[in-house]
Design a protein around this ligand. Structure first.
Ligand SMILES: *Cc1c(COP(=O)(O)O)cnc(C)c1O
Length: 468
């Protein structure tokens, strides 16, 4: 018997065949060559592991088969690692799926700035050097009543910068109930330590009183920090000190009070049945000296960290050398500005900011969309699955509104000839990938987070995953 590996065609022989000649007409020779060598290497490996005629390695591909494999390998290399996915989980601010989808206006603003040059750090009125930090500030101040604003890379960077500026080498007082961890490794004690400030913990896990703060103030105290318990709720025998009381204490003792809000919600959603969430304008009005929040949580914009505060404090941060390492990109500034403009007209904000729109989506409209989708899917897949509409709950996510679930209706897809886990895996392997939940023998599709123009594609992907 000859070694089956010797039956592998040579690179030159393959390149001379018609399928490869066609491939070479549209692809650089080097890339075809590399991909072909890799394909042959893999085939050799398969043959060596018990392949051969009739073995587990199966039949050798012919030239057309190798050409298809080479083409697929090249396409794979070119495919970006960061890809659009269809979010059918219903989790609006899904941190693993990129948090807030951007408003169209922000997308256009990014494209416009990305394609060419911009006045990022150029003062067009003076014809001289300007500051990138001038771009969103007046809008942020107009929307929140802040004296001054500064934008950095994300809210973790904002907290780091504020703590470094105010507290380096000195002490910052924080309640033990607010030493939180936010998903993706933001931990308040660790960020404070990295800022060079010393953390002074006061109170207990469940209760902190004004007197706890008062008695912790000493000659080395630089600031008081209040952190919003963004992603969890304490119930029962609990007490914390509100920002107004802390601000009064800070004023009396000459200490800045910083409020890390996390989510950056601007409109009041309590009228829509959602629990109160601290908002930057309220915190500032209550007397906080500095507030920080994310751009891509409930604000619904790009990843960014917003710092609002008094002129004197923000000016100090602007001159802090750390700012250079945390600086915000021009595309972010373009997207953030376009998002903030939408808030000037609250009705437009609800309509045009996808995250807000998804949170506020009318449950009867969600039901109608789910029913139409289920009907479409049923007619496409026939007996391959049962698709029904069920009442369910969606989460807001993004470390905001913990414990709050929104009423929704999901399309529940029960496959007949494969498991729901298999169906889920096939949907996830599709192009674009679909991310959805699995529960009680069904794949659950929550259209709250699916754009109307994604629905046809979603139906097609699920149908194909069911073999239709
Ligand atoms: C989310 C959050 C952060 C971190 O913000 P990023 O923008 O993710 O860096 C910090 N503090 C609080 C209270 C948060 O909720």
């Amino acid at each position: 018997m000859t070694d089956p590996r010797r039956r592998l065609p040579s690179v030159d022989a393959l390149l001379a065949t018609e399928p490869f000649q066609r491939l070479l007409a549209s692809r650089p020779r080097m890339r075809v060559l590399h991909a072909l060598r890799d394909a042959l290497e893999d085939a050799r490996g398969r043959l060596a592991d018990g392949g051969g005629a009739g073995g587990a390695g199966g039949a050798l591909p012919d030239a057309a088969g190798f050409a298809r494999e080479v083409e697929a390998r090249i396409a794979d290399e070119e495919r970006p690692s960061l890809r659009r996915v269809i979010n059918a989980t219903g989790v609006v601010l899904h941190t693993n799926l990129g948090r807030a989808p951007l408003p169209d206006a922000a997308v256009h603003a990014i494209a416009e700035i990305a394609r060419g040059y911009s006045n990022l750090e150029y003062d067009l009125a003076q014809g001289a050097r300007g500051s990138r930090y001038a771009h969103c500030t007046s809008l942020l101040c107009a929307l929140t009543g802040a004296e001054a604003a500064l934008i950095v890379n994300n809210n973790a960077a904002a907290v780091l910068l504020v703590m470094n500026e105010l507290g380096e080498g000195r002490e910052v007082i924080v309640s033990r109930g607010e030493l939180v961890e936010i998903g993706g490794s933001f931990r308040v004690p660790e960020v404070i330590a990295k800022s060079g400030a010393r953390l002074v913990e006061v109170g207990t896990t469940n209760r902190t009183h004004l007197s706890d703060y008062e008695s912790a103030i000493g000659p080395d105290t630089a600031a008081i920090l209040k952190v919003h318990q963004s992603n969890f709720r304490q119930v029962g025998f609990v007490a914390d000190v509100g920002i107004a009381e802390l601000a009064e204490l800070g004023r009396k003792r000459g200490l800045p009070v910083v409020h890390d809000l996390g989510s950056g919600l601007l409109p009041d959603l309590t009228a829509y049945g959602l629990p109160p969430e601290p908002r930057p304008q309220e915190s500032l009005a209550a007397g906080s000296d500095v507030v920080t929040f994310s751009g891509d949580k409930l604000l619904g914009g790009p990843q960014a960290g917003v710092i609002l505060g008094t002129k004197a404090l923000v000016e100090g941060m602007r001159r802090n050398p750390l700012l250079r390492a945390l600086r915000v990109d021009k595309l972010t500034l373009a997207a953030l500005h376009a998002t903030l403009v939408l808030y000037l007209d609250p009705d437009r904000a609800f309509e045009d900011i996808p995250a807000l729109r998804a949170i506020m989506a009318n449950v009867q409209e969600l039901r109608a969309r789910a029913e139409a989708f289920a009907a479409r899917l049923c007619s496409r897949v026939g007996a391959r699955a049962r698709a029904t509409v069920e009442a369910a709950r969606s989460q807001i996510g993004g470390g905001a509104y913990p414990g709050v679930e929104l009423d929704t209706f999901v399309v529940s897809v029960r496959p007949v000839s494969c498991s729901e886990a298999e169906l889920e895996a096939r949907c996830r392997a599709a192009d674009p990938p679909v991310v959805a939940r699995v529960a009680d023998g069904a794949l659950l599709l929550d259209l709250r987070t699916v754009r109307a123009d994604e629905e046809a594609g979603l139906c097609e992907i699920v149908s194909r995953a069911l073999g239709a």
